[in-house]
Design a protein around this ligand. Structure first.
Ligand SMILES: Cc1cc2nc3c(=O)[nH]c(=O)nc-3n(C[C@H](O)[C@H](O)[C@H](O)COP(=O)(O)OP(=O)(O)OC[C@H]3O[C@@H](n4cnc5c(N)ncnc54)[C@H](O)[C@@H]3O)c2cc1C
Length: 425
């Protein structure tokens, strides 16, 4: 390939491919557009999304589902609501369907359909895709960008979109240097934390429950102050607490632990019942089954193992007595613990378990088109920015809309350059 390019997109993931297709559509094949992908194929992570089904957006998209530098993306979010993204995909040839909680998937329920559609469009629009071509260095000089790959080949680009993703679920051969490239170009990168991942607790707190699932409502407390609420299914693991509602807490837990704050999750295993209703029901159970070992009193209420675990924590002597021997106060202790079981968090699981990176390139140094205020002609998109979304399609939504924004702006500025040249002659 000739080494002079109009638009170079570094990273062939969701954001990079969307940026390439958008720019190529606007430029109507008059510009050389190339995607540089560090590994052997584009869109590898995309295939793993949504358990292979790709939850590509959510009809409930709003500012409240984004974190980090979210105050800078209000305009982009407003410009590209989910319906526009669903239509955008329809125009590219992909039909979508909405499932529970506003989650949108490809109609085929196969993540590969999303990748196929992006690749087919890129091919039709003559976007050059260079795999196994990790960019190791970028230098801005004389109004252009010099990109150097691992084999010391140099490419010269008029415009560059950096879309190298985050640190999560990286393939072994992934370059993982996108943030370093941004820093070298003078951009601030905020600390990176694994997010949407398992919350780690003391192993002895959860080990005996490993593998068990329960429906709960949950409160996250930071230094004893409630900061976030969720409800849904949790899963106990060897490391701690998993499940979507625990994933949503992970970014706060990671930040809090880093700042040495006390982070605690309080679970309510019977959210439809008040503590006093529960006391009455436990009283009835104790009267109905007086000869039952006391630690089994929650049988018929919640998961048996979870129930026994809770009773033994609330009333240690329950191991050796019968339900008839439980005192009124002990019954109240059990009811309170069902409603307010506390787990102290010691951190979050490491990068290989995380779905998303919290932290990244700071948006304060970019304009509304995601163009660098330091180097004109340099744009950013996707997970590498300091934006992370909740679980439910919000992160891919950000990848698409940031890719479209950067791709559109880069293409427009290339076309304006032509117009300026024509009018100057
Ligand atoms: C298991 C899992 C499931 C997920 N499920 C969902 C879901 O259902 N819905 C949702 O909204 N989000 C989901 N996410 C999050 C979503 O996948 C990401 O937010 C999204 O892929 C980010 O897109 P991106 O293009 O910014 O980064 P990526 O998809 O990570 O793409 C970046 C690309 O850049 C390449 N690259 C990096 N550095 C270089 C370099 N120097 N030179 C060349 N190439 C380079 C990488 O190899 C990679 O291909 C999931 C994540 C994981 C890990």
């Amino acid at each position: 390939m000739e080494n002079k390019i109009h638009l170079a997109i570094i990273g062939g993931g969701a954001a990079g491919l969307m940026a390439a297709v958008t720019a190529a559509k606007l430029c109507k094949q008059t510009k050389k557009i190339a995607v540089f992908e560090g590994i052997s194929r584009v869109g590898k992570k995309l295939l793993a999304t949504g358990n292979g089904r790709c939850n590509l957006t959510n009809t409930r998209v709003g500012m409240n589902h984004y974190h980090g530098d979210e105050r800078y993306i209000e305009t982009i979010l407003r410009t590209y609501p989910p319906q526009r993204i669903i239509q955008y995909f329809k125009d590219l040839g992909l039909i979508c369907r909405e499932e529970t909680e506003g989650r949108v998937y490809p109609y085929s329920l196969q993540a590969s359909s999303v990748l196929d559609i992006l690749r087919l469009n890129a091919e039709e629009l003559m976007v050059k895709i260079l795999c196994n071509c990790p960019i190791k260095n970028i230098r801005a000089a004389d109004g252009v960008f010099y990109l150097q790959n691992a084999e010391q080949q140099v490419f010269i680009a008029d415009r560059v979109i950096l879309a190298t993703g985050g640190k999560t679920a990286l393939p072994l051969d992934s370059p993982d240097n996108g943030h370093a490239l941004a820093e070298k170009l003078g951009h601030k990168v905020t600390p990176l934390y694994p997010a949407l991942t398992i919350l780690k607790t003391q192993p002895e707190d959860v080990k005996s429950l490993s593998g068990i699932r329960s429906r709960v409502s949950a409160v996250l407390k930071c230094n004893d102050k409630a900061i976030r609420y969720e409800k849904g299914e949790i899963q106990f693991t060897e490391q701690g607490l998993s499940g979507i509602c625990m994933f949503q807490f992970a970014r706060n837990v990671a930040f809090g632990i880093e700042k040495r704050k006390k982070m605690e999750v309080i679970l309510d295993f019977m959210r439809e019942y008040t503590a006093s209703e529960l006391v009455n029901r436990l009283d009835c159970a104790a009267r109905r089954f007086p000869h039952l070992p006391a630690f089994e009193i929650l049988n018929g209420f919640i998961n048996k193992k979870v129930g026994e675990f809770i009773v033994k924590k609330a009333v240690p002597r329950a191991k050796n007595i019968l339900t008839a021997e439980l005192t009124k106060i002990e019954i109240m202790e059990i009811a309170n613990m069902v409603k307010r079981f506390s787990f102290s968090c010691i951190g979050v699981a490491d990068w290989k378990y995380a779905q998303i990176t919290a932290g990244g390139v700071a948006l304060a140094q970019l304009n509304k088109s995601l163009e660098s205020r330091i180097h004109k002609g340099l744009y950013f998109a996707g997970e590498m920015l300091n934006i992370d979304g909740d679980c439910g399609g919000y992160n891919l939504h950000w990848a698409w809309i940031s890719g479209i924004t950067a791709g559109k702006a880069a293409a427009k500025s290339l076309c304006q350059k032509d117009k300026a040249r024509i009018s100057a002659t």
